[in-house]
Design a protein around this ligand. Structure first.
Ligand code: SF4
Length: 328
């Protein structure tokens, strides 16, 4: 069953200088039991995509296209219905989640607020949720007493894990985790990945989108990977294929940038990534990777490459498209 899908999703920031095409025509489909890793450098539009997928959109950001949660476009739902879905149907661990906690409430009070905000749609007992929070806190290396503290009394790493705890407490069907481990040390990172994997295996979470700048981190948990560059997906397919047989020149560059040993990832030929992502106020006319690509051809500069299927992997690159003039 498809849990979350997008149709030509665009999310642009409208500024005085023009619009920044942070997300520019994304089509994804994530089924039950799948974990989609979305990877790319910082500034590729990943976090904007995470916000657009949960309809957490404020001006100057505007969205076009659709986001289908179990077949229903969340942008067409009544705000009350959408509010009831949040946390239970769709939940986001935002980037810098630790800063999103209300500093004037104890963690226990935040759990009460969460339960109260869903009292009209589902029956949740506060005591049960507190007990669940205490059990899960231990799983991510937090002591039980954390529930009786205010966020300001906790370290940044503890606040980050509390935010993860709250975002997953109601067992959301679809969890979108935006760089959930970025503020954590390596040992705690592994604990958090294990925590999310355990929730997934138990069936507490049915579907996950795991956003990361690091393809090796995403590979630890993802069944599928979509590589995002300059607001577009340039390669997507099974995590094993994308990681072990990368096709797009940008994916190859990301793979060569992995520095951490022991990730069980075979290194591809070192190609490196040079240069910077394009200005999304004024992206290149043809392929957006053209200025940085060592395989670029004349056609790449002029025409946007189509997405083609290469052995089950979708890749947006003229190297794989049958087109006269497209020769390396
Ligand atoms: Fe490189 Fe051309 Fe492929 Fe773009 S379309 S990644 S410039 S070869």
């Amino acid at each position: 069953m498809t849990m979350l899908a997008t149709r030509d999703l665009k999310a642009y920031y409208f500024t005085r200088r023009g619009f920044v095409r942070a997300v520019d025509g994304i089509n994804i489909e994530v089924g039950e039991g799948r974990v989609l890793g979305i990877v790319g450098e910082s500034g590729s539009g990943k976090s904007t995509l995470g916000m657009a997928l949960t309809a957490l959109v404020r001006p100057p950001l505007r969205v076009q296209g659709s986001v289908l949660f179990k077949g229903k476009d969340i942008y067409s739902l009544h705000p009350e219905v959408l509010r009831a879905i949040r946390g239970v149907g769709l939940s986001l661990i935002p980037q810098f989640a630790m800063d999103a906690l209300n500093p004037t409430a104890r963690i226990r009070d935040l759990i009460k607020d969460l339960v109260d905000s869903h009292k009209d749609s589902i029956k949740l007992e506060l005591d049960d949720m507190i007990k669940r929070a205490q059990e899960r806190a231990l799983q991510i290396g937090l002591p039980k007493w954390v529930l009786d503290r205010y966020p300001v009394e906790l370290s940044g790493g503890m606040r980050q894990r509390v935010a993860i705890l709250l975002s997953t407490l109601l067992n959301p069907e679809v969890l979108i985790a935006d760089e959930p481990t970025s503020a954590l040390d390596v040992v705690i990172q592994r604990l958090v990945i294990q925590y999310l994997q355990d929730l997934f295996k138990e069936g507490a979470i049915k579907t996950m989108i795991f956003i990361s700048h690091d393809i090796a981190t995403a590979y630890q948990i993802a069944t599928d990977i979509a590589v995002m560059y300059a607001g577009q997906i340039v390669e997507s397919g099974s995590a094993d294929k994308v990681v072990h047989e990368p096709l797009h020149p940008y994916t190859k560059g990301l793979m060569s940038a992995i520095v951490e040993p022991g990730m069980n990832i075979r290194k591809v030929k070192l190609e490196g990534l040079t240069g910077e992502p394009p200005d999304l106020l004024n992206p290149p006319k043809g392929c957006r990777f053209y200025p940085r690509c060592r395989y670029r051809m004349d056609i790449c500069k002029e025409e946007d490459p189509p997405e083609v299927d290469v052995g089950g992997v979708k890749v947006k690159c003229w190297l794989y498209a049958k087109r006269e003039g497209a020769r390396p």
